[in-house]
Ligand binder design. Structure first.
Ligand code: SF4
Length: 372
């Protein structure tokens, strides 16, 4: 049975992880630029789903769809795909492939088909699966998040308990390449419950990793309240990065409370100040256009954006009501003229990146219709 993996740039790390998990069970995921016999697998976000829906619906082979969008709205995806993997794929995807190969109907836990669904009966232990094999990926060191930010799919897919890959396993993967980057919702929460830092464990991890380590910067980030002298000292001592990436999301404490972010704007300001002190460039994320954001809230966010941009870089994104989150089904509020103007000016100066335009302008009308 030939099994293909539809190449989608945004899903390249999922490919590395699932390639390795399937390989162990005797299946090779063949990278493909379109659906092909016998089975083609897709991993979709809620943005890329718009592009691939028709391709999947018209595919002349069996199709398996997973990823955050499929996990958030499996019924919608099951209307055009043969099988939907709901949740984590490392155990479920090879199990589903084996079932298809053996002539089964894919009626296994964690898979939705047109007339069947049973939730997964497993939770992935990171050490039980390779981070990657021949296709290099980022090393996922932690999964799950104890927070419940209203716009975020992560805890809804992976749960609120943090699971960590062991230091031995991470060090083994870090040894294979000159540079390693990590996947985690909060790099500085390594070894902890995600709320109470365990910097002793972070240090044990960093000490064991050979070569160049990038920690708390792309593709991972940190939470602002985890930034302190002790944590920045560890990054400066053991890591190669000169930048630290963290989420502020809003300059209004009211909005942060409504989002259940679990930190304040004072934590963000303190984080930026400390980055300056420790010679790290802060890269700070903001979201504009929350449905309950007042003009005053948006101006407070703009003020914070302008202030952060004096010392570092800002990523600004327009709010997207992702399925499966508490804010699903709401609408982004319009941006103030001054927000568009300030973002544009800072972008021209090289202090700001992101996509603060309307979703329709950004994705639906763009020729490539894909996310970077
Ligand atoms: S945005 Fe970050 S901290 Fe908030 S729920 Fe998502 S992963 Fe957790």
């Amino acid at each position: 049975m030939q099994v293909n993996w539809r190449q989608i740039h945004a899903a390249r790390n999922s490919f590395a992880v699932l390639y390795a998990a399937c390989e162990r069970e005797g299946f090779t995921l063949n990278p493909a630029k379109g659906p092909d016999r016998d089975v083609t697998c897709y991993s979709l976000t809620s943005i890329s789903a718009l592009r691939y829906r028709d391709e999947i619906a018209g595919a002349d082979c069996r199709t398996i769809v997973g990823g955050p969008h499929a996990s958030a709205c499996p019924r919608e995806v099951a209307a055009y795909a043969d099988y939907v993997v709901v949740g984590e794929g490392e155990f479920t995807l090879p199990r589903l492939l084996a079932d298809i190969r053996n002539g089964g109907k894919g009626r296994i836990p964690g898979v939705m088909t047109g007339d069947f669904y049973e939730p997964a009966d497993t939770s992935v232990r990171l050490d039980a699966y390779p981070a990657f094999s021949e296709h290099k990926g980022y090393i996922e060191i932690s999964r799950g998040c104890p927070f419940s930010c209203g716009y975020c799919q992560t805890p809804r897919i992976f749960g609120h308990g943090m699971r960590h890959r062991s230091i031995d396993a991470i060090a083994r993967y870090a040894e294979r390449h000159e540079q390693s980057r990590f996947v985690t919702p909060n790099a500085l929460a390594y070894g902890s419950d995600g709320i109470h830092p365990r910097f002793d464990r972070v240090e044990q991890l960093l000490k064991r990793c050979p070569h160049q380590i990038f920690f708390g910067t792309f593709p991972s980030e940190v939470r602002p309240e985890f930034i302190c002298g002790e944590s920045l000292d560890l990054i400066n001592r053991y890591c190669a990065n000169t930048k630290l990436h963290f989420g502020a999301q809003s300059g209004s404490d009211d909005i942060l409370r409504q989002l259940h972010r679990g930190h304040t704007t004072a934590d963000v300001i303190h984080g930026v100040e400390l980055c300056k002190e420790y010679a790290l460039t802060p890269i700070v994320d903001f979201i504009v256009g929350f449905p309950f954001e007042t003009d005053e809230d948006q101006r407070a966010t703009l003020d914070l954006i302008r202030w952060v941009a004096r010392f570092g870089k800002v990523h600004v994104h327009r709010f997207i009501p992702l399925p499966g989150t508490p804010l699903a089904g709401t609408n982004a509020r319009p941006l103030l003229t001054e927000t568009e103007k300030t973002c544009g000016e800072l972008a021209l100066r090289g202090n700001l990146t992101g996509s603060w335009n309307d979703l329709e302008i950004r994705f639906l009308r763009h020729p490539s219709n894909d996310i970077p």
